[in-house]
Design a protein around this ligand. Structure first.
Ligand code: PMV
Length: 313
């Protein structure tokens, strides 16, 4: 009987979070931390050898429903921390979609997988952009809402009244350090806080525009592998996000501690807690600085491939 293996990377947001909610550009980079799984037909649903109610996991339930809902045994092994804005649930959705599509003889085109995985995320969370699932499916880097003439168009995704243009960014292998605060903060209330501030304050809406501009400049720096410019833009973005009220004293502490050894650093994802990211060629020094301020650091590489799927017979 066929066993399918699939694997998909996690990601971080390098520039543009929050402003992307208002149609501004954003960019996410895939990292060398992956969600690996295998699926094979079974007489009942099992997860890691234990009988499981697949409907209790909305991502698995949605994707099974889009395939044939016949029972499968799933083995999962993830190196992506959960609940930290590093795209763990997106990588699960991408890998499971790829495996189930292969098992059912459906197309394993990365764009089709990205769309199905985004729908699973939306089904589970009731909101969100296709940034995480697209980055996980394609790998390397993806941009949302980049100017049309930048090229590299991958796919368009629409949901209700929203539409996103997803394009690729060729990302060279670069070294970053992720530093996690250990504080979990829900994305929804943070997005809401920015929305209220922006709607009631001209100054805040200018900040959102400025984040959009910085992100466009950052995409150019990324393509040129200009780490000095990119790092400066990351740090500027962190300041702007702080003004919008989505940083925290713990995030500021970790960003500040890494800057002496980094080209730049910023919070990544929704903020409030979660993680920050530093671009550096002294990763061990940045890790030490983050640890000494109470954070949990790990080194990641970019320029990694997206979803992989293979069939064992
Ligand atoms: O924490 P994450 O990776 O889910 O990122 C949230 C990014 C936001 O821009 C704040 C929200 C969004 O849906 O784009």
């Amino acid at each position: 009987m066929n066993e399918i293996s699939a694997s998909a990377p996690g990601k971080f947001v390098i520039l543009g979070e929050h402003a992307v909610v208002y149609g501004k550009p954003a960019a996410a980079l895939a990292i060398n931390r992956r969600f690996n799984l295998t699926v094979r037909r079974d007489s009942e649903f099992r997860i890691n050898n234990e009988a499981a109610d697949i409907t209790a996991n909305p991502h698995l339930r949605y994707i099974s429903g889009k395939n044939d809902m016949l029972p499968v045994s799933v083995h999962m092994d993830s190196k992506i921390p959960t609940g930290s804005g590093l795209g763990s649930s997106a990588a699960l959705s991408v890998a499971f979609s790829a495996a189930m599509r292969a098992l059912n003889g459906r197309s394993t085109d990365e764009g089709e997988i990205a769309k199905e995985a985004f729908e699973a995320e939306y089904f589970s969370q009731g909101r969100g952009s296709p940034m995480d699932t697209s980055a996980s499916a394609h790998g390397y880097g993806v941009a949302l809402n980049a100017p049309e003439n930048d090229g590299g168009r991958l796919w368009d995704i629409t949901k209700n009244e929203y539409a996103w243009r997803v394009s690729m960014i060729d990302v060279p292998p670069m070294t970053f350090v992720i530093g996690c605060t250990g504080i979990k903060a829900a994305t929804g209330p943070l997005v809401e806080r920015v929305r209220k501030y922006k709607d009631s304050n001209r100054f805040a809406s200018d900040i959102v525009d400025e984040i959009g501009q910085i992100t466009l400049d950052g995409m150019t720096a990324l393509r040129k592998n200009d780490v000095t410019v990119l790092g400066d833009l990351m740090t500027k973005d962190h300041k702007l996000l702080s003004i919008l009220g989505v940083s925290s004293k713990e995030l500021n502490k970790l960003v500040g501690a890494s800057l002496p050894y980094a080209y730049g650093a910023k919070l990544t994802g929704a903020g409030g807690g979660g993680c920050m990211v530093a671009l550096t060629d002294q990763p061990e020094k940045v890790c030490e600085a983050i640890s000494s301020r109470g954070g949990s650091p790990f080194i990641v590489k970019t320029g990694v491939e997206g979803v992989r799927v293979s069939v064992k017979t």
